[in-house]
Design a protein around this ligand. Structure first.
Ligand SMILES: Cc1cc2nc3c(=O)[nH]c(=O)nc-3n(C[C@H](O)[C@H](O)[C@H](O)COP(=O)(O)OP(=O)(O)OC[C@H]3O[C@@H](n4cnc5c(N)ncnc54)[C@H](O)[C@@H]3O)c2cc1C
Length: 454
């Protein structure tokens, strides 16, 4: 089967490439996706019969139409300050323009009634500075998990007659034909003049095999390690009501490490995440009032980057997550007061606390899992946040561990996001260039326009 463009992966990167190609050209496009169509994506955890991750061969949270973003909180952060380094390739103005374009498309497909928050002009910036905290600048469109799902469904409806989608179809091999590319999938071969690889975090092992086979240079990336904090929503309300998601950075006094908040979910829930069989923690929230909880959660993360003699930053993060899985059978939860007193949390202590956990996790001791330097930084930051949001350092504040943000190795691509093979593009989180919905989607639009010649 012959196409003009083959796209591997139907996450935000792949979808926005397909969208732009379908909207602005007559090119014949195919999208291959390892996971299921959107409506068939189901995580078996129902809180009753299945309470924890059963390690499905294809994780419906990470794979399928919509990619890792499908059940996410749908926070589209429009900024060059975080979420990836796309601007290093395409320039800051173009990166922002494309992120706003993606926002327009999301709004046109069901996201119009949602709120766009912004840090511009907020007095919180000064309050943060006065307390040794730095608030990063961004605008954020919060679709929420439910509207995000609707938007994806609407985009698929529009695309399905113009693009050939192959679901449950992992591409096993990618061959360079000079000219063109051949992909192998479920005993079939498909060829195209151009190929866009957008395999995200879940395709990281496959991506690294492809780079090795095709001798495409790569560089190791960082890993972020930390905990997810859960507390009563009232404590952060003055911040989340104004900004929804605030990215705040703290430089620790002890080690001069940066600790930062990540993925803030007002009135949200804490969830498990399964990356290649390792269970870590994450969080999201819903736009609909009836799904809101009384808690807010966010991550506190410290970045680690290894180079010589050990360069496998992700393996370091995986080993820490494995340790928590070994001790807790999955994610561990601990009261901040118990951590400070050097004792483990128990079911009784959690039950007696005033914060009701939204994730069933094993009460335990995070100091047995997290390296001292990382844990000290997190504790320091909790006290720093307590100054701008009093109550953060309460004994009953819950900490879930571990949260690990794995980054794909950086694939060598030029300013067109093209590899050393003409017409072979690597985009989205799979390239190591982006780590967010906005940046991944913008990278998809960018290469589509490169191909069309816009
Ligand atoms: C629970 C959760 C919440 C999140 N919340 C947010 C948020 O609120 N805001 C934000 O900015 N980011 C969030 N993120 C991150 C965001 O989802 C990712 O940055 C984004 O999805 C990356 O898009 P992508 O297209 O590059 O990759 P992905 O979304 O990972 O998509 C890649 C796709 O490729 C497929 N694939 C992999 N290998 C192959 C293969 N060999 N053949 C065929 N298909 C393959 C995968 O199945 C997957 O569907 C969240 C992530 C998670 C897991």
């Amino acid at each position: 089967m012959k196409y003009d463009v083959i796209i591997i992966g139907a996450g935000p990167g792949g979808i926005f490439s397909a969208y732009e190609l379908a909207a602005k050209s007559d090119l014949k496009v195919a999208v291959f996706e390892a996971g299921h169509p959107l409506e068939k994506r189901r995580c078996p955890i129902d809180g009753k019969k299945v309470k924890t991750c059963i390690k499905c061969p294809i994780c419906s949270i990470m794979s399928g139409f919509g990619g890792a973003g499908a059940f996410s909180d749908g926070k589209y952060n429009i900024t060059n300050d975080f979420g990836g380094t796309l601007y290093e390739h395409i320039g800051k103005d173009e990166a922002l323009r494309l992120m706003y374009y993606v926002d327009e498309i999301n709004c046109a497909h069901g996201g119009a009634g949602t709120t766009m928050y912004s840090t511009s002009g907020t007095p919180l910036k000064k309050i943060c500075m006065q307390n040794k905290l730095m608030l990063l600048s961004a605008s954020v469109r919060h679709l929420g998990t439910d509207i995000n799902y609707t938007v994806l469904g609407n985009i698929y409806e529009e695309l399905k007659d113009r693009v050939d989608f192959f679901f449950d179809s992992p591409v096993t091999k990618l061959e360079v034909l000079e000219p063109g590319y051949r992909v192998y999938c479920r005993d079939q071969v498909y060829e195209a003049d151009k190929c866009i690889v957008s395999v995200g975090r879940s395709g990281s092992n496959w991506m690294s095999d492809v780079c090795e086979q095709l001798e495409i240079p790569t560089k190791s990336n960082r890993v972020d390690i930390g905990v997810r904090v859960e507390l009563p929503a009232e404590i952060f309300e003055h911040i989340t009501d104004e900004l929804y998601e605030s990215k705040i950075v703290y430089r620790t006094e002890k080690f001069e490490d940066n600790v930062r908040t990540f993925c803030m979910n007002p009135h949200g829930i804490v969830v498990n995440e399964n990356t290649n069989g390792i269970i870590t923690v994450n969080g999201h929230s819903f736009e609909a009032d009836d799904k809101k909880t009384g808690n807010t959660n966010f991550a506190l993360l410290v970045a680690k980057h290894f180079s010589v003699p050990f360069s496998e930053s992700n393996n370091y993060g995986e080993s820490i997550a494995r340790l928590s899985n070994m001790l807790g059978g999955g994610v561990i939860v601990q009261r901040f007061g118990d951590l400070e007193r050097g004792r483990r949390s128990t079911e009784k202590r959690i039950e007696e606390g005033s914060v009701r956990p939204t994730l069933m996790a094993t009460p335990g001791d995070l100091s047995l899992v997290l390296p001292k330097r990382i844990l000290d930084g997190i504790i320091e930051m909790i006290y720093a946040l307590d100054k701008i949001a009093p109550g953060t350092a309460n004994d009953d504040t819950l900490l879930y561990g571990v949260e690990v943000k794995f980054y794909n190795m950086e694939v060598e691509v030029d300013d067109h996001l093209e590899t050393r093979y003409p017409g072979l593009y690597v985009i989205g989180d799979g390239s190591g260039v982006t780590h967010s919905l906005s940046h991944a989607s913008a990278s998809g639009v960018y290469v589509a326009r490169e191909i069309i010649g816009e």
